[in-house]
Write a protein that binds this ligand. Structure first.
Ligand SMILES: [Fe+2]
Length: 208
């Protein structure tokens, strides 16, 4: 499933939003049903040669299985389950999201993984406008059109919130001419690391 939409903001603002996983609990509270518990999950944020990697792990079985179709939920009944949410900011304008759902304990030979690859692409048009594309590729129930029609509507609603929030930040930056001291919060970590990675790439490209 996929969608394309114009976006009235710098691609970097959307990229920073995608990389900051804390935004789930603010922005997607209603749409994806995420609450404050999301802040307490084991979290990874790291700068690598490939980009900035971030991930959070939810081990609550009911929440972890929420995105699966009914038959998969039935098979998972009574088993431990976990959902990962994260991915790589891997190139300017490309965020490769990955949200696998694991069913069964780690040492269970029958442990199953339901893969969800969630890509976000931004192609800058001007410094303040871009085209935004997202796509989700799963490896389960791929013939179930009804399930994926609903899943697409849900994803579309949630990603429109990301677009709205990033456009709001652009408007704020354009209209706010007050002298202020920049404040950095924990959620900015991945975005700041990504700016560092981009600088490394620029220096590499223009080494000569
Ligand atoms: Fe989001």
């Amino acid at each position: 499933m996929h969608e394309a939409t114009p976006y009235a903001g710098s691609y970097l603002l959307m990229q920073e939003n995608l990389n900051d996983l804390t935004h789930f609990a603010y922005l997607h509270r209603e749409s994806f049903g995420i609450g404050d518990y999301f802040f307490d999950f084991p979290t990874t944020v790291e700068k690598t040669k490939k980009g900035v990697y971030c991930n959070r792990i939810d081990t609550d079985p009911a929440r972890a299985l929420a995105a699966l179709p009914a038959d998969a939920k039935e098979k998972a009944e009574g088993k431990p389950a976990e959902r990962h949410d994260g991915g790589y900011a891997m190139s300017p304008g490309v965020f490769r999201g990955y949200a696998p759902i694991y069913v069964g304990a780690e040492d269970d030979p029958d442990r199953k993984v339901y893969n969800q690859h969630i890509m976000h692409y931004l192609t800058p048009e001007t410094s303040k406008t871009s085209h935004y594309y997202w796509s989700i590729t799963n490896d389960f129930n791929i013939e179930d059109d009804e399930f994926y029609a609903l899943a697409k509507a849900g994803a579309s609603h949630g990603f429109a919130e990301d677009k709205w929030a990033s456009e709001e930040v652009q408007r704020l930056l354009d209209n706010d001419h007050i002298e202020y001291k920049e404040m950095v919060i924990a959620g900015d970590q991945a975005g700041m690391l990504f700016r560092g990675v981009m600088l490394d790439w620029v220096l590499e490209e223009y080494a000569d």
